[in-house]
Design a protein around this ligand. Structure first.
Ligand code: FES
Length: 242
């Protein structure tokens, strides 16, 4: 199938009408601009064991839901440390600071896997949004060979080492960073989010589908205590990347 055909198939919310008030919602500044803390959630692997940084495979895509029961995120151990000095700007002009990566060398990051353009996100049936490892070509961004998050719906790309900044494509702002902490036992926790908030828009746009999948009023519930993590290749049966 040619690429244009694929682009039409992605899980976007293009046809969904969303109230402007929802589109412009931003995170509360609990701890700095556009930063919001949530209940600490322990990440657990598919066998129910606490996910430790030592067990995270470099440049593998790991999916988990946070801060809501149905809002997907992707965790990646990058090939090197992040730029903790990065400052980004949301569409409304608000500046916010990247919180940096976690783990010994600061290379473990997580981002909301909801594309800020039209909300494409990983689905069990098909996935068009993912981290493209270094050394893997993408049509979205020819300035680097991989090492970027790519939404293959309309070829937006985002750089994970400096806060998920948008570097190309129709998206106009960056990804929401999921802030992680690592405890003394090397276990990874999700504790907050920083950047433009697409959670409410996502939950509203896909309300009917999410109700079918999660049950009435369950999709928007905040995750408490723990979140199951699985590799993207185990989560999704069809991964598309251009
Ligand atoms: S939904 Fe259009 S680039 Fe992601």
């Amino acid at each position: 199938m040619e690429r244009r055909g694929f682009l039409k198939l992605s899980g976007t919310a293009a046809a969904v009408v969303v109230a402007p008030s929802l589109i412009t919602e931003t995170l509360r500044a609990d701890d700095g601009s556009l930063y919001k803390t949530y209940d600490k959630v322990m990440l657990k692997d598919s066998e129910g064991n606490p996910l430790k940084t030592a067990n995270v495979v470099e440049q593998e895509n790991y999916v988990f839901n946070f801060p809501h029961a149905a809002t997907p995120c992707i965790l990646v151990k990058l090939d090197g440390p992040t730029d903790k000095t990065a400052t980004l700007k949301a569409d409304d002009g608000t500046e916010y600071k990247f919180r940096g990566g976690s783990g010994k060398d600061g290379s473990i990051v997580a981002y909301s896997a909801i594309c800020p353009h039209q909300l494409t996100h990983p689905k069990a049936s098909t996935t068009f949004f993912q981290y493209v490892p270094k050394g893997t070509k993408t049509l979205a961004y020819d300035k680097a060979v991989g090492g970027v998050f790519v939404c293959s719906s309309h070829l937006s790309a985002f750089t994970p080492k400096d806060g998920g900044a948008r570097v190309t494509g129709p998206a106009t702002e960056g990804l929401t960073q999921i802030v992680l902490e690592v405890d003394k036992d090397d276990v990874i926790w999700a504790v907050g989010a920083v950047g433009p908030n697409k959670f409410h828009e996502f939950l509203t746009s896909f309300k009917a589908d999410l109700k079918k999948e999660y049950g009435r009023n369950k999709a928007k519930k905040l995750v408490k205590t723990e979140a199951k993590v699985t590799t993207l290749k185990n989560f999704s049966s069809d991964i598309q990347q251009f």
